[in-house]
Design a protein around this ligand. Structure first.
Ligand code: CP
Length: 323
């Protein structure tokens, strides 16, 4: 493909990642000083979200606004789009590109189908329009991985070598786990990823496991959160992705698997483990981070989510106005 797209964590090399992180650092001051006209003369963006989102949707909107860019149109649900009437990804993207090409620079797409971002990119490429994958089914969420890693990078004062990570809970269906593991394994000297999931649930998908092993990452599995916390500096909790499970009984094993304040208070001071979560936490069914743990000093998920704004400002600036 000729046009720059953001489709997978797989596509980034070390230099590109650090470039985005340094630009994101600069974006903090840009945001605090108020909207600038940086992207005013650049092409605009369409936000096309066909699955629920709070953070990714909002932070892309606010990132663009903070840079003085133009959001040409925002669609925030599957039901509100013609996908609900059976329209294909190809036809939707081709419509946007054909109709708005002179003013359109990028389409940000969240869609329930694995591979939809790549399919969109094949069409958008014909028009020189970028696709940003904001989550495609259980496959990938690359901008989330960048903000997750940016959070770890900042907490570790800019050094990611040897980072010890535990990925937890819904290992099989979490696109954020897949993207984060790929980004880390490909670019940094990381020897071990601990996986921690309740007994009776699936482990990492086999293709992801194979890719990690190819990068000489050891995978250590446990179903004990304490053991995972002992092995890691960052314990990355995830939400059971209930929208992808057909039978309610498949979700039963996730019921009692959670990080609580009691658990965090019981970790010894010499254990540096911090709790991350891409959010949203499912506060209705699972409470995988219990209410009393969400503002615990070890839980940095709101800091992590806030970093999404600066990473997405950096990404939009690079894609829409690279020079
Ligand atoms: N982490 C994440 O993608 O959050 P949203 O679903 O709120 O966008």
């Amino acid at each position: 493909m000729q046009t720059p797209h953001i489709l997978s964590a797989w596509q980034f090399n070390l230099e590109e990642i650090l470039d985005i992180f340094r630009l994101a650092d600069q974006m903090i001051a840009v945001y605090e000083q108020g909207p600038i006209q940086d992207l005013a003369s650049c092409k605009g963006v369409i936000n096309l979200f066909c699955q629920p989102s709070t953070r990714t949707f909002s932070s892309f909107e606010i990132a663009l606004d903070s840079l003085g860019g133009r959001m040409l149109c925002s669609l925030a649900s599957y039901e509100a789009s013609s996908f609900a009437k059976g329209e294909s990804v190809e036809d939707t993207i081709r419509y946007y590109c054909e109709a708005y090409q002179p003013q359109l620079g990028a389409i940000i797409l969240r869609h329930p189908t694995t591979g939809s971002a790549e399919e969109a990119a094949r069409v958008a490429d014909e028009y020189g329009i970028s696709i940003i994958n904001a989550g495609d089914g259980t496959n990938e969420h690359p901008t989330q991985a960048l903000l997750d890693l940016y959070t770890i990078w900042k907490r570790r004062n800019g050094n990611l070598d040897g980072v010890k990570l535990a990925v937890c809970n819904d290992l099989a269906k979490s696109r954020t786990i897949r993207s984060l593991c790929l980004l880390l394994a490909k670019n940094f000297r990381i020897h071990l990823i601990a996986t921690c999931a309740p007994q009776g649930t699936s482990s990492l998908p086999t293709d992801l496991t194979r890719e990690l092993l190819d990068y000489n990452v050891s995978i250590c599995s446990t179903s004990d959160l304490r053991e995972a916390a002992d092995m890691s500096e960052f314990l990355y909790m995830t939400r059971p992705q209930k929208e992808y499970y057909k039978k309610p009984e498949d979700l039963l094993a996730f019921q009692d698997f959670r990080v609580t304040k009691e658990f965090l208070d019981s970790l010894p001071a010499k254990n540096p483990c911090l709790i991350m979560h891409p959010m949203p936490v499912d506060s209705v069914t699972f409470n995988e981070i219990s209410p009393d743990a969400k503002t615990h000093p070890r839980c940095i998920m709101f800091e992590q989510a806030r970093n999404g704004l600066f990473i997405r400002m950096a990404i939009l600036k690079k894609l829409l106005c690279p020079n």
